[in-house]
Design a protein around this ligand. Structure first.
Ligand code: NDP
Ligand code: GDR
Length: 343
């Protein structure tokens, strides 16, 4: 009999890639969406899987709803990808973020415990939990020091997952995933903001790309590779926690330079701090710093060590930064050319 998976947050970036992967593996895939005036299925549509997943209305804020969904779907595996995932917004909506990203996970775990403790559970933990640098590269044993309400909420979610595993013997794993991107990334995140803006600038639909901290360093991988790691975690005999990362870190400004080059621009930086601008080969300012995009507290450097995932799960990232940048820029150029820029 086909295995049944329930993916929360199926309308997001990772939900789309994981759906495709599980469908290819022969799973019956159920996915949760938030009921609203217009449900956002564009990512599932772009991957050609929108018609193959079964959608269920669900909200992490409502315990009774979560419990009924579990009773109805009775999944073998539950991947909790749903979250308020934008770090910058968490400074504006800290309590909402905690309710969804922290308590929401407690609600799911309680529901699993009551409905069927045999359901295998994946929690979408994050490198944001490392926050202020304690050591690099960061591993499963690096101390946490979150720097945003999002990171703090995700830390609760991480530990409550560990706690249910240890208290009730549940197969609950936490994937500590470093930033992973794709052409399906939301445009509020810096990589896609860069690639979509440069594509618009290229076609004369935007003048300047405005950014915040150009010196933040991130370990950026490809989302399609990372969902494979999520699935592998749930196939292990024992549940555990794993870092997924590439082991390479890059500054935001370097990402801008690579993306600009892929879009046909050559960037030269000029000025310092809030006055810094990036000019193209014709001397036109196409990148500018806007303090509005700086955060009250920043995570300066993320660099992960995926050795444990490599050794135990046989997991390797396949797409490197250059491949990722090209994939994203090419797709956004194509979308702008066709008048179909989404996300
Ligand atoms: P997205 O922001 O693209 O997707 C988030 C999903 O969560 C959307 O489907 C959204 O629905 C849903 N959602 C938000 N709030 C609620 C709620 N209250 N109830 C139910 N569903 C809700 O995130 P990603 O796909 O990039 O990330 C997936 C998960 O992995 C998230 O938990 C994120 O925090 C975590 N993560 C992501 C990393 C990354 O680099 N991408 C790295 C590490 C962790 P809607 O479409 O209705 O808004
Ligand atoms: P992050 O991703 O906060 O790491 O969280 P994001 O792409 O938002 O920021 C990365 C870095 O770029 C800097 N930055 C900007 N960021 C945005 N969004 N917009 C800008 O204009 C800008 N300018 C500079 C940021 O300050 C930051 O340092 C992502 C999310 O997917 C989380 O859900 C996930 O848990 C972590 O990655 C791992």
């Amino acid at each position: 009999m086909a295995k049944r998976a329930l993916i929360t947050g199926i309308t997001g970036q990772d939900g789309a890639y994981l759906s495709r992967l599980l469908l290819e593996k022969g799973y019956e895939v159920y996915g949760t969406y938030r009921r609203s005036a217009s449900v956002n299925l564009w990512r599932l549509e772009e991957l050609g899987v929108a018609g193959d997943v079964r959608l269920v209305a669900f909200d992490l804020l409502e315990y009774s709803n979560i419990r009924r969904v579990l009773e109805k779907v009775r999944p073998d595996e539950l991947y909790n990808l749903a979250a308020q995932s934008f770090v910058a917004l968490s400074f504006e909506q800290p309590l909402y973020t905690a309710d969804v990203d922290a308590l929401g996970v407690g609600r799911i775990l309680e529901s699993i415990r009551e409905v069927d403790p045999g359901i295998r559970f994946y929690q979408a933990s994050t490198s944001e939990m490392f926050g202020k640098v304690q050591e690099t590269p960061q591993t499963e044993r690096t101390p946490f020091y979150p720097r945003s309400p999002y990171g703090v909420a995700k830390l609760y979610a991480h530990w409550i997952t560990v706690n249910y595993r240890e208290s009730y013997g549940m197969h609950a794993s936490s994937g500590i995933l470093f930033n992973h991107e794709s052409p399906l990334r939301g445009q509020e995140f810096v990589t896609r903001k860069i690639t979509s803006s440069l594509a618009r600038i290229k076609y004369g639909q935007q003048e300047v790309l405005e950014l915040g901290n150009l010196d933040a360093q991130r370990d950026w991988g490809f989302a399609g590779d990372y969902v494979e790691g999520m699935w592998r975690m749930l196939q292990q005999p024992e549940a555990d926690d794993y870092v997924l990362a590439t082991g390479v870190t890059t500054r935001v400004r370097t990402f801008v330079e690579h993306a600009a080059e892929a879009a046909g621009f050559r960037i030269t930086w000029e000025g310092e701090g809030l006055e810094e601008v990036g000019r193209d080969q014709d001397g036109r300012v196409i990148v500018r710093v806007n303090p509005e995009f700086h955060r009250p507290a920043e995570v300066d450097l993320l660099l992960g060590d995926p050795a444990k995932a490599r050794a135990r799960l046989g997991w390797e990232p396949r797409v490197d930064l250059a491949g990722l940048v090209h994939m994203m820029v090419e797709k956004d150029l194509e979308r702008v050319a066709n008048g179909k820029l989404r996300g």
